[in-house]
Write a protein that binds this ligand. Structure first.
Ligand code: 3SL
Length: 243
């Protein structure tokens, strides 16, 4: 498996046609997606654009939908939920389709929606995603960080390194052909492996969230490693299910 990590979607070459892609947005979109599907959401449908989200959601039965919207770390006016992984409880999301748009994570998903096998990963489900990748054995894999408005995000690289390190623990051949970004990400994971929450808190987006108020529960949740078996997988463009 040839694995490349791109810090942000724009770093991915236009002509890159991987067999599989994993999108990461540790703070907080892909953590929220993992917990929402684990707690029984029917699907998460991701949108880069809010108008498309609203019109698509309007065609879905009102009792079976929730709108999740975040910009700049805060819930959008008129949306049921923001982007907190601790808010997607079973009582709230079970059986519902979540129509979701966030500042960076859902845009990153949009960039790779044509890739045949598309999954999302965060720290709580990185072992499950690693095992799924090894079962599927794509010849080429890209891991795409969401970043922040086009810029590098420390926490996404941490999780990319965590995923690659797990792949290598499970199969010593995995990632033998890694790009330098991935090798650096693995070094980052080795640096913070015993305290990933500290990394999330020192990251610029972590500090942004702290500046917006108490996000202690979100940090704990986003920093939890290997807690979930769920593998959010695209089943039609933009629609992720716990496949
Ligand atoms: O950028 C994103 O997509 C969000 O995950 C950002 S936040 O953590 O919800 O602020």
């Amino acid at each position: 498996m040839q694995i490349s990590y791109f810090h942000v979607p724009a770093d991915m070459p236009e002509d890159c046609r991987p067999d599989a892609a994993v999108v990461i947005d540790v703070l907080r979109a892909t953590t929220t997606i993992a917990w929402a599907l684990h707690h029984g959401a029917e699907a998460v449908q991701a949108f880069a654009d809010l108008d498309t989200l609203r019109s698509t959601a309007a065609a879905w039965p009102a009792a079976e939908r929730l709108l999740l919207g975040e910009r700049g770390g805060q819930r959008l006016e008129g949306f049921d939920l923001g982007n907190s992984p601790v808010a997607v409880t079973p009582d709230t999301v079970a059986g519902k389709r979540l129509f979701m748009s966030t500042t960076n994570g859902t845009r990153a998903l949009d960039r790779v929606r044509q890739v045949p096998l598309l999954m999302t990963a965060a720290l709580p489900n990185r072992d499950a995603v690693a095992r799924r990748l090894l079962a599927k054995q794509p010849a080429s894999l890209v891991i795409v960080g969401s970043g922040w408005e086009g810029a590098y995000s420390l926490e996404d690289s941490l999780a990319a390194g965590a995923l690659a390190a797990r792949l290598q623990e499970l199969d010593s051949n995995a990632g033998a052909d890694a790009n330098d970004e991935l090798t650096a990400a693995i070094a980052l994971w080795n640096q913070w492996t015993h305290d990933p929450e500290a990394c999330l808190r020192v990251a610029s987006h972590g500090r942004r969230l702290i500046g917006l108020g108490d996000h202690d529960a979100d940090f704990r949740c986003c920093a939890g490693v290997d807690q979930l078996d769920v593998v959010p997988t695209q089943v039609e463009p933009g629609v992720l299910k716990a496949a």
